[in-house]
Design a binder for this molecule. Structure first.
Ligand SMILES: [Fe+2]
Length: 310
């Protein structure tokens, strides 16, 4: 029995040389920021969990991952980790960043298990769209009414590089209780967490040469919100990006902006929802069904690897 299981992605940590560069970038993206000595804490407005924690370090690197667990399952997780040969580590430095359990996975990445249920998504009112034969918006100039600055609703997923792809997938399934919803054979495993009707993925593993952060993705309400967000980033000076498009696996609409350190941040909407009836399949490489030319550096680890030795 694979119990207990994580409930979803709470967030992640990045280490970067200049916190001010990070603050400017994520504020432009639409996140709220709290700055204290030596760190930034970022959230989609209204969320109660810290979605990104940025700390200062010599070079950009992935600092940690954080997943929700049900309150009361801490001891069961401790036992399960111990059985897998992993100790819950008491690290004052990590405990200062996030509450909950902390441990290092077999490849050295710190992982936080945060005892809290994810907040429900906020209700968003969408305009009447005259699409697909609908024509109920009459004598209204939509362009005057669309909200242009609607922020992200929440962090939805992130993808990380791993040098030990098959074993890492097995670890996240067996020990943390995520489940693989689809794979690009030999390249990417997309993983979901939680119960009931859930996003196609909240986490993913990319077969690479090193550990590292590849992209984080924030849910927005509509295609218009993706467009306004992308436009806002360009106007703020973050001109490298690609989108919009619609992904193949998970079907979500997307736009990516390159972050100041060479990895990516994504706005997404309209992702496939799955239940435990979903059947995982292996696909050939199909990043999207329509969109711009794929950035050649998108999957590259050169700028994103955690190159420190174990
Ligand atoms: Fe994504």
């Amino acid at each position: 029995m694979n119990i207990p299981k994580v409930l979803g992605l709470s967030g992640f940590g990045l280490e970067v040389p200049d916190l001010e560069v990070a603050r400017r970038f994520y504020v432009a993206f639409g996140l709220q920021v709290e700055q204290t000595a030596g760190k930034l804490v970022l959230r989609s407005p209204g969320r109660s969990n810290d979605e990104i924690v940025v700390v200062q370090g010599a070079k950009k690197r992935m600092h940690h991952l954080s997943f929700f667990i049900a309150p009361g399952t801490e001891a069961a997780f401790g036992e399960k980790l111990a059985k897998a040969g992993i100790d819950v580590r008491v690290s004052p430095a990590m405990a200062e960043l996030r509450p909950g359990l902390w441990f290092q996975d077999p490849w050295g990445t710190w992982i936080n298990l945060y005892p809290r249920h994810p907040d429900p998504l906020p209700a968003i009112s969408l305009p009447e769209y005259n699409i697909g034969g609908r024509g109920a918006r009459i004598d209204v100039d939509l362009w005057q009414e669309l909200p242009r600055d609607r922020p992200p609703m929440r962090i939805g997923h992130m993808l990380v590089f791993t040098p030990d792809w098959e074993r890492a997938e097995k670890f996240f399934v067996d020990v943390l209780g995520l489940w693989t919803t689809d794979r690009v054979a030999g390249k990417v495993a997309f993983m979901a967490a939680g119960e009931g009707v859930i996003d196609h993925h909240c986490f993913g593993l990319i077969n690479g040469t090193h550990r590292g952060f590849q992209h984080a993705s924030f849910q927005v309400a509509s295609m218009d919100d993706i467009g306004f967000g992308a436009w806002r980033m360009v106007n703020a000076g973050y001109k490298q990006g690609f989108g919009p498009g619609r992904h193949a696996i998970a079907s979500n609409l997307f736009h990516y902006t390159r972050d100041p350190w060479g990895s990516w941040i994504e706005y997404y909407a309209d992702m496939d929802k799955v239940t435990t009836s979903w059947k995982c399949r292996d696909w050939d490489d199909l990043p999207y069904i329509w969109g711009p030319e794929w950035s050649p550096e998108f999957w590259g680890t050169e700028m994103n690897g955690n190159f420190e030795p174990r």
